[in-house]
Design a protein around this ligand. Structure first.
Ligand code: NDP
Length: 434
């Protein structure tokens, strides 16, 4: 903690993983001898850089850019870029650390990394976003590459931003290298089903978890926090399985629609018009809008899918969910549940699908996008979606089996950490002290 002073989110993520690895370490003293734990919490490389750009008023703005290349034991660094005013090194490091284990769980050859900036895309014009993205890439390009480090989207970085960054990368490199970024548009190397992948993958993972415990989505009430990329496609897939999604949010507040959320309205507001979720009630006057996003968890539901940001569910929110009889929680966002809330859910027998496993469908499909770019061909939506579904089933089984093997059956949080860790640790052992 002294060495990574003030990086509270990073401490939280490391504590959660290391505690669950205790039974593994007890069985594998060779990991201790080789310093695996000390090495795995230290990024291989961290890059922090200045991003100057000019706003529409002609004024110079300066933001800070980050790329943390955390672990390349099993493949090139891979992980998204987050553009949000809260971004600092502690956020990027927590995300990069989690990404190591998540990427390992996908079964695909990708290492862990993450990046971003404290730039706030909200309220900026397209031209400002483009100038920022071009400046960001003008520094980042020298550190990435299809065999080195492959960034993607995250909060505040969607198809528009990836397009601007890819355009600038191509201009600087003057080479065909589509595999350097994922989440690209379909006309220039993007993969079908990548946009949907994280949300769909989450719903597939939770489907497996429900099935294992004798339940299904049919007739269940679902609450989803967020209304961005992950939330929208989680909603779509859950609805297609017969669940009723009654609430969604953004960083200002949440909507409750007892008749079930009309996703077409949400998509129009969020994907096309870039408006606030409060506008939903103008189109559906029977729905309610409430200021403040964290009270969304006071709504009674069977399945909670936090898909907004970290630390969305702390102990008071977990207590509300438990009091209302929640059956399962599926983490679409990264680290949406605090360590204390995780403990509470597990003690009370709530089924918990951890982010590292449950939201790995996005990065898995990014790796499928890289494969298609290397082969210079594209698979159909159905092919990619079928591969994604199979990957999510494998991740669920790997998490379940690891939990059972280490004497904690049903604890998918620890199971995912253990299964993800073992592959990386063994690769690090084989590659010597690097
Ligand atoms: P988006 O930017 O598309 O959407 C984020 C949503 O969460 C928005 O509704 C946003 O509201 C809300 N939100 C963001 N920050 C906060 C905050 N501090 N407080 C309250 N609400 C907030 O991002 P994504 O959907 O891509 O990402 C959501 C989560 O999923 C993140 O944790 C991300 O790391 C994780 N994730 C994403 C993957 C992907 O493929 N996109 C893959 C794996 C994980 P507002 O619009 O008001 O800001």
């Amino acid at each position: 903690k002294k060495r990574n002073h003030g990086e509270v989110e990073f401490h939280q993520a490391v504590e959660e993983v290391l505690l669950s690895l205790e039974p593994v370490i007890a069985k594998h003293p060779e990991f201790v001898e080789a310093g695996i734990l000390e090495r795995i919490v230290e990024p291989e490389r961290q890059i922090i850089f200045r991003v100057p750009w000019v706003d529409d008023q002609g004024k110079v703005q300066v933001n800070r850019g980050f790329r943390v290349q955390f672990n390349s034991a099993i493949g090139p660094y891979k992980g998204g870029l987050r553009f949000h005013p809260s971004v600092y090194v502690g956020i990027i490091k927590f995300l990069g650390f989690e990404q190591i284990f998540k990427n390992s769980l996908t079964g695909l050859p990708i290492g862990g990394g993450k990046g971003g900036s404290d730039f706030d895309p909200k309220g900026k014009s397209d031209a400002e976003v483009m100038r920022f993205c071009q400046s960001f890439m003008t520094e980042l390009y020298r550190h990435i590459g299809q065999d080195v480090d492959v960034p993607a989207g995250d909060i505040g970085v969607g198809g528009r931003e990836i397009g601007y960054m890819y355009g600038q990368y191509k201009r600087l490199k003057n080479a065909y290298e589509a595999g350097v970024l994922t989440g690209k548009g379909l006309t220039y190397g993007g993969s079908l089903a990548r946009t949907e992948a994280t949300g769909y993958g989450l719903v597939y993972f939770v489907r497996e978890m429900l099935k294992e415990h004798g339940h299904s989505y049919e007739g269940k009430t679902v609450v989803i926090s967020g209304s961005g990329n992950v939330a929208i496609y989680a909603c779509q897939k859950a609805q297609s399985y017969g669940a009723k999604v009654v609430a969604m949010s953004d960083s200002n507040g949440y909507i409750y629609d007892k008749n079930g959320i009309n996703l077409a309205t949400i998509r129009q507001l969020k994907e096309v018009e870039r408006k606030r979720i409060s506008e939903y009630v103008k189109h559906h006057p029977e729905a309610e809008y409430h200021e403040g996003f964290s009270n969304i968890w006071s709504i009674k539901c069977d399945i909670a899918l936090p898909c907004a940001t970290q630390n969305d569910i702390d102990v008071p929110q977990a207590e509300m969910l438990i009091k209302n009889g929640v059956l399962a929680v599926g983490e679409g966002a990264n680290m949406p549940t605090t360590n204390e809330a995780i403990k509470l859910f597990l003690e009370k027998g709530v089924l918990l699908a951890p982010a590292k496993a449950a939201n790995a469908g996005g990065v898995a499909t990014s790796a499928l996008e890289m494969s298609q770019n290397s082969m210079r061909l594209s698979w159909t939506f159905e092919e990619v979606d079928a591969k994604l579904d199979a990957i999510m089933v494998n991740i669920f089984n790997a998490s379940k089996d690891a939990a059972a093997k280490y004497g904690i059956p049903g604890n998918y949080v620890a199971g995912a950490n253990i299964a993800g860790f073992l592959k990386v640790a063994n690769a690090m052992m084989a590659q010597g002290l690097v």
